[in-house]
Design a protein around this ligand. Structure first.
Ligand code: NAP
Length: 294
């Protein structure tokens, strides 16, 4: 039997008829064959409990926020593909935790900043699962330093993974999602994209780029029932923030504490599976304890 959160989601969420389609996005996706209208899909008419579970690919899911997202989507009944770059044991422990709780998961190694590896990863998911319903672009790194002294290598490495990696994975899943006429893409950005941060010119530029990419792809894909949203965490308690001087950070957070990875995962679960999220696209959902109020 499906866990409550997915049973209620009636996945895939039926497409609402749209009366004023965006002519640009319609033209751009017109060449993609429309072979999987949910009304005509093989699983249409099946009892909800007989429908195949949605498949979610989470990049950088071996640790931190990605790990919490993978566990949360697994708890909801999704088959979770756990991507990692250099930590096979950590990724396997995420898989083990999901399967021990009665879910289904497997791991895939890929550097998502590498075009060939990102494409091969998505291909392997489609070959093994024959569907891909949710993509969470979570993998990210920091290489902090003042702009004046920032090495070009550190600039490029952060842009390559945090921005180009999101583009590569989104492009790799787009064809199958457009064909299927449904999909949820959730990009993990950051509040520093909105406010800037000394020492993080590379990171905040990449994360701001992710917001632009989110909005453009949301506009392109909307006519095929695919939503694209971003989640912007504030300071979350993971390896990425553990070495920071926490005192000034806490002083800038109205709720007075760091966030937990599970709190970001809850926002992702909402955008991925809650029926109410079917009408939300191109948005940035901040999970930051009130740090940036606009
Ligand atoms: P983290 O604990 O350092 O984990 C990073 C994850 O990314 C790991 O699973 C790592 O896998 C993976 N990864 C690194 N390079 C990769 C690559 N080339 N290809 C595929 N995966 C790769 O980071 P986190 O704090 O959970 O951050 C997750 C996301 O949230 C990032 O996009 C980050 O920018 C964003 N974010 C974090 C915070 C925060 O306060 N923590 C705030 C705002 C936004 P391996 O272990 O295999 O290397």
């Amino acid at each position: 039997m499906w866990p409550k959160c997915l049973a209620e989601a009636r996945w895939p969420v039926p497409l609402a008829p749209y009366d004023r389609p965006n002519p640009i996005s319609i033209a751009m996706v017109a060449s993609i064959p429309d072979s999987a209208n949910p009304e005509q899909a093989p699983e249409a008419g099946l009892h909800p409990e007989e429908k195949p579970s949605p498949v979610a690919l989470v990049t950088g899911a071996s640790r931190g926020i990605g790990r919490a997202i993978a566990l949360e989507l697994g708890r909801c009944g999704a088959t979770v593909v756990v991507n990692y770059s250099s930590s096979p044991e950590a990724a396997e422990s995420v898989v083990a935790e999901i399967t021990a709780a009665g879910g289904r998961a497997w791991s895939v190694q890929a550097d998502v900043a590498d075009e060939e590896q990102a494409e091969a990863m998505v291909k392997s998911v489609l070959e093994r699962e024959a569907r891909l319903d949710v993509l969470v672009n979570n993998a990210g790194i920091t290489r902090d330093g003042l702009l004046m002294r920032m090495k070009t290598h550190d600039w490029r490495q952060v842009l390559d993974l945090n921005l180009t990696g999101v583009f590569l994975c989104t492009r790799a899943v787009s064809r199958s999602m457009l064909k299927a006429r449904h999909g949820r893409i959730i990009n993990i950005t950051s509040v520093v994209a909105l406010m800037g941060n000394p020492g993080q010119a590379n990171y905040s530029a990449a994360k701001a780029g992710v917001i632009g990419l989110t909005r453009s792809s949301a506009a392109e894909f909307a006519s095929r029932g695919i939503t694209v949203n971003a989640v912007a965490p504030g300071f979350i308690d993971t390896a990425m923030t553990r070495d920071l001087n926490q005192e000034p950070i806490l002083a800038a957070i109205p709720l007075g504490r760091m966030g937990q990875p599970e709190e970001v995962a809850g926002a992702v679960r909402f955008l991925a599976f809650d029926p109410a999220a079917a009408y939300i696209t191109g948005q940035v959902l901040q999970v930051d304890g009130g740090m940036v109020m606009r």
